[in-house]
Design a protein around this ligand. Sequence first.
Ligand code: SF4
Length: 361
Amino acid sequence: MYQTRLVKVGPYTLGTGHPVRVQSMCNTDTRDAAATAAQINALENAGCEINRVAVPDMQAALALGEIKKRISSPLVADIHFDYKLALEAIRQGVDKVRINPGNIGSVENTKEVVRACADKNVAIRIGVNAGSVKYLKSVEGRMELSDQKWAEVMVNEALEQANILEQLNFKNVVVSLKSDNFKRTVLANELFASRSDIPLHIGLTEAGSFLSGTVKSAVALGTLLQKGIGSTIRVSLTEDPRMQVRAAYEILKAVGLREFGPNIISCPTCGRTQVDVTGTVHALEEKIYSDKELLRLSTGLKIAVMGCIVNGPGEARDADFGIAGGKGEGLYFEHGKTMFKLPQEKWLDFLIEKIREFGRK
Ligand code: SF4
């Protein structure tokens, strides 16, 4: 099993023996502090633990303090090339900066950023994305390179960057190695984990739309997490960032690393269905995943929404509670025992009430 050093990001300790934390990134204009903080608050309600924002200019860097005041989760500033933006972000109180020390000019610049991070206990993430690796940019016919070669080049670049910080005796470092390619991402992260004890933030880049991106990410991240690789994860999707958080937790739940939200059992519906199962499940999920308290209460609960009473209660007998549809109404059951009938328009509120009754206190 791979062992990592421990790195602090705000209140969280990342690394071996600690929970894998879920991250996302805002798609608001960071200069608009109110809108960015509002999106982070929505992400926090959805369970996001660490939030990253792009810092493309000084105005964005100067907005970070205001954003920080309005949120409760650790904030990460994503900076390319300009060390002055990093210094301002640190002054504004961010918890981590994503910046590559090899890309910010002179050694003096790097030293200044590292000193500021060390003073304020701010972590640094080095991010190596396959598409922007220096060496690969200059390679003719790079598409013909083997996945193993891609992985080696990415890892070498990450180690080179990490070494700059190591030489300055700065240890509060996380690395990410991302590609939109499953094999390269897995190989690169495995190779890095075998050569360094720096914790890894794992994910695919440009994973795609909700369905295809989630599936690709689940295969890649699931493979790595099962081997004990990955201290934080992000599922990059062309979607509302809250859905990225949902997807990340579903992956962590599937590999048995985190508990999060309910296990909703619902049938695929068929010719027997005479109620709106799909609409009910969507509405129930929307309510739960936008409410921190409901999320907490429902964690670990098994809730069933089944299309008919012929198979419904039987197939969902190990649910804590649930509803099986009839014609415009449903039969409510608890632990396999049928209780009473309920008209469909009352299902949603009733199920929420039951979450509060049965949920984690
Ligand atoms: S539970 Fe009933 S409605 Fe749902 S798929 Fe099975 S038979 Fe069809």
